[in-house]
Ligand binder design. Structure first.
Ligand SMILES: [Zn+2]
Length: 412
């Protein structure tokens, strides 16, 4: 910290003070407002705060927050402080604030918004960039994610001395990462394929078989991998197999964990050291949290886009366990609910399904079409009253999730 120029020190302390005021007055965790003010005083703040640190950037459509948390946990094996934007404030201000709050931490793991990745690479000069997946979000449809991939590709081509850790099973990720000088490919799997039927290189149809994917026309194909997720195990780069046995549920989290292990290994933390630390992560910003309420064990799952819903539906307790689905359409969710039609809800047949949220009628119409029986519920407490004592899984999109968390009391 003392090495920072005066102006950057001032910017950091002003930003820190603003963040504290914001927290005290209950206007959020303060990470964004602090960073915004800091950057106004010193526009170069992020670069200055990142200097001389080992920076890891984590991006992708789904799993950024969880993977950031898992990598931070894994790197704690090195016995040094790790800075992180654990609350998901993932644009420049949030990143500056995370670094400003931990001035002495030699490592930083930073969740980065997909659109900001090229700019953040430029200012933080990361040692590692993690690319998880790219799929349509409620905000951006297919054409825009191709544009994002193209910008990543340009930015990554100029990352001398930086390792890219990328999911080889996502063709768009593979294409974006293949411009980088140094890549560790991870077989992290891909459940959602609706956004990758075409070759990013030439536009022809991609072929898939048990060996992965390849283009039918050009030479573009799935690169050979060094880390592999194989059911509940990880095969490391030396070929050793380890049982994952995570506390976090679902295949998507096992794939995030394999990525975290690959990053940790690069910094010298062996799988035997890092894996027990990954198992200590039980919830991430309220996701996967289990809350006891009126004799029900409520488990919270966040799903922000079609690929996220597919992953969340995978995690449900076995049928006929009850499930509450919550859908809103506020600005952070996307105003348009047509994405509901991209998700296959038929796996819900035979379950006790409840539907809530501001756009529950849109969801109801969608479930009708898939011939799913359901009940409308007036919020989380009404849903709890409608199910027997025991488990209740909840899947909700962004603001619906936050509303349910607020009713249940914030828990991490
Ligand atoms: Zn091709």
């Amino acid at each position: 910290m003392s090495k920072l120029p005066l102006r950057a020190r001032l910017a950091t302390s002003i930003g820190g003070a603003a963040g504290r005021v914001s927290r005290i007055t209950g206007r959020g965790d303060g990470s964004v407002i602090g960073g915004v003010l800091g950057l106004r005083v010193e526009p170069d703040l992020l670069r200055l705060l990142a200097e001389d640190r080992q920076i890891v950037l984590v991006t992708g459509t789904n799993g950024k927050t969880t993977t950031t948390r898992l990598i931070s946990a894994a790197l704690s094996a090195l016995g040094q402080d790790v800075a992180s934007n654990a609350f998901g404030a993932n644009m420049e201000a949030g990143l500056a604030s995370a670094l400003g709050r931990a001035p002495e931490a030699p490592y930083a793991v930073l969740e980065t918004d997909e659109r900001y990745l090229p700019a953040v690479i430029k200012s933080t000069r990361p040692r590692v960039v993690v690319l998880l997946n790219l799929s349509r979000d409620q905000m951006d449809r297919a054409a825009e994610i191709w544009l994002v991939a193209r910008r990543w590709r340009q930015a990554l081509a100029e990352t001398e001395g930086c390792l890219v850790v990328a999911n080889a099973d996502d063709p768009l990720i593979a294409w974006a990462a293949s411009s980088a000088p140094q890549v560790t490919w991870v077989a992290a799997g891909q459940r959602w394929m609706e956004d990758s039927w075409c070759c990013p290189e030439c536009g022809s149809h991609l072929r898939r078989d048990e060996l992965g994917w390849r283009c039918g026309e050009c030479k573009f194909a799935r690169p050979p991998t060094r880390w592999v997720l194989n059911d509940d195990t990880v095969i490391d780069e030396s070929g050793q197999v380890h049982e994952l046995a995570l506390s976090l549920p679902g295949r998507a989290n096992r794939s995030n964990a394999v990525v975290a292990l690959a990053v940790a290994a690069y910094f010298g933390a062996a799988v035997e050291q890092a894996l027990p630390l990954l198992r200590t992560v039980r919830s991430v910003a309220g996701r996967y949290t289990q809350v006891q309420r009126n004799g029900r064990n409520v488990r919270l799952l966040l799903a922000k886009n079609p690929a996220g819903w597919l992953e969340a539906l995978d995690v449900l307790a076995p049928p006929p366990g009850p499930v509450l689905l919550g859908v809103n359409a506020q600005i952070p969710d996307g105003k348009d609910t047509s994405w509901l039609w991209d998700v296959d809800y038929r796996v819900l047949r035979g379950r006790h399904v409840l539907v809530t949220g501001e756009r529950r009628l849109d969801l109801a119409v969608r479930l009708e079409a898939d011939e799913i029986e359901f009940e409308l519920a007036d919020g989380i407490d009404d849903a709890i009253a409608r199910v027997p004592a025991g488990e209740l899984d909840v899947i909700a999109n962004y603001t619906a999730f936050q509303q349910i968390r607020a009713v249940l009391g914030r828990t991490d």
